[in-house]
Design a protein around this ligand. Structure first.
Ligand SMILES: Cc1ncc(COP(=O)(O)O)c(C=O)c1O
Ligand SMILES: N[C@@H](CCOP(=O)(O)O)C(=O)O
Length: 462
């Protein structure tokens, strides 16, 4: 299996190379050159197997010869051993036909753990084998950063630098990033919002002298392995509701488009998904784009679902690649237009996107109302991101097709917003009960590429 760039101008790579490379050298994102298929029989055979076994069967064809079957099984086993639920991704029924896929039972209480715990193990196995060291940089609106730090803390072969927007993540998210004491962990609060942090991370990848000098690696959903790990729970949840013999739809709280793009891959692999519904908060560029065809960022507003406060949605590029008929030049062109303010999706590409995706948005009051109503109706306490999903899902249900909404974080990561909406306090799990007492360690940085690169070089030299 080879991986190719969405912009068509970078060398193709193996799975392991693509995983360690992050952004392609032409600025694009890596994708498999063809998408492996699962037959109805393969999908049906996932019924009743463990999450780990399903993960092995779904991901194996993408891995090539990077790891033997035994190595890959052991990696998967270690990745999910620390999850607090035997099912890993349990499905709860909200009402007849509407289900919640709980993705927050990992170590940092967000869906990011599904991919990041796996990537931590994959990186460790690969770097141990090669004797290489890498410098990981990541941008976060809260959850990627905490999950990455948890997955890589203390690893000898890795330094991990995480940039979060100063003052724009929840206190729990911030403390998860700033309290680990390991010397290889560097939490950096950047002046700006998530899009600034993500832009600087991509700038670092596009500065080849710096990139090669520090041996840069990325763990944002730039990294194909992040997307791949998230494909698995689309299969496990759909199968538990009757796939492949029944279609299901998914509503996905969306920011950087990584999670819902994993659903798109599952559909391309053969999972009978009816609709994939993009659920945005008031930073609704994806909903506007799917409605009008215009993709024009117009500033990021802080919301009670801060992890989705994003207007430059990285993985949308991967969806555009397929919508434009795998034409890397066309993708490169719209990405160039984005640098100068935005672009219009061509009619053909828009139609291709609409064949798969629906979309909706939830404002702040609608998000709070969804938290309260879901609590009162079904006793399920939602985080604000998941509440955005439930609100949008309710407007997109179709008779006879079960709707699965992805619950992307634990409510205890956003206690103030959840309590304000529901009058219910969501406590942290016992193992994190002293989070507010731990000492914090963070460096404030300006939104300045050269200063950031200098800081990273100095830190890894010491
Ligand atoms: C809790 C939560 N929900 C939803 C999202 C959106 O996911 P994606 O960026 O993959 O669209 C994020 C951030 O990625 C998140 O942290
Ligand atoms: N919401 C994310 C933003 C980064 O997304 P990623 O999936 O590309 O890592 C976060 O919580 O950091």
């Amino acid at each position: 299996m080879r991986y190719i760039s969405t912009r068509g101008q970078a060398p193709s790579l193996s799975f392991e190379e693509a995983m360690l490379t992050g952004l392609a050298r032409d600025g694009g994102l890596y994708l498999p050159e063809s998408i492996p298929q699962m037959s109805a029989g393969d999908i049906r055979a996932l019924e009743g197997v463990s999450y780990e076994e399903a993960a092995f069967r779904v991901m194996r064809p993408f891995i090539g010869d990077a790891f033997t079957d035994d190595e890959f099984r052991a990696i998967i086993a270690r990745a999910y051993a620390g999850f607090g639920h035997a099912a890993r991704a349990p499905l709860k029924q909200l009402d007849s036909g509407h289900f919640l896929l709980e993705l927050f039972h990992g170590p940092t209480l967000a869906f990011k753990d599904f991919a990041m715990q796996l990537i931590g193990q994959l990186f460790e196995a690969s770097l141990t084998r090669s004797g290489r060291r890498v410098c990981i940089v990541g941008a976060t609106s809260g959850d990627t950063g905490s999950a990455a730090i948890e997955a890589f803390r203390g690893l000898d072969a890795v330094d991990v630098f995480i940039f979060y927007p100063h003052g724009r993540v929840s206190e729990v998210q911030r403390r998860q990033m700033t309290t680990p004491a390991e010397a290889n962990v560097h939490a950096l609060a950047i002046d700006g919002h998530f899009d600034d942090a993500q832009a600087r991370v991509k700038d670092m990848f596009n500065d080849f002298e710096f990139r090669d000098g520090v041996r840069l690696a990325g763990v944002n959903s730039i990294n194909w392995a992040r997307v791949l790990a998230q494909v698995v729970y689309y299969f496990t949840s759909a199968v538990s509701l009757g796939a492949p013999d029944r279609k299901v739809s998914f509503t996905v709280p969306t920011g950087n488009f990584g999670d819902i793009f994993a659903g798109y891959i599952a559909k391309q692999m053969g999972l009978p998904i009816d609709r994939l519904v993009v659920a945005t908060n008031q930073n609704d560029i994806l909903h506007r784009c799917l409605s009008s065809g215009e993709y024009r960022p117009d500033g990021v507003a802080p919301t009670i679902s801060p992890s989705m406060d994003i207007q430059v949605s990285s993985n949308f590029e991967r969806a555009l690649y397929y919508a434009y008929g795998q034409d890397g030049r066309a993708v490169g062109q719209v990405m160039d237009e984005l640098k100068s303010g935005g672009f219009a999706v061509s009619q053909g590409a828009l139609q291709a996107l609409r064949e798969v995706f629906d979309s909706g948005r939830a404002g702040e009051d609608e998000t709070r109302a969804a938290i309260r109503a879901t609590w009162e109706r079904s006793g399920e306490l939602l985080c604000p991101h998941s509440a955005v999903g439930v609100h949008v899902a309710d407007a997109h249900r179709r008779p006879g097709v079960p709707m699965i909404t992805l619950a992307t974080a634990h409510p205890a990561k956003f206690p103030a917003a959840v309590e304000e909406a529901s009058d219910v306090h969501a406590p942290l799990p016992e193992r994190m009960a002293d989070l507010y007492d731990r000492a914090e360690r963070v460096t404030r940085v300006g939104n300045d590429l050269r200063a950031i690169e200098t800081l990273i070089k100095e830190r890894i030299a010491n």
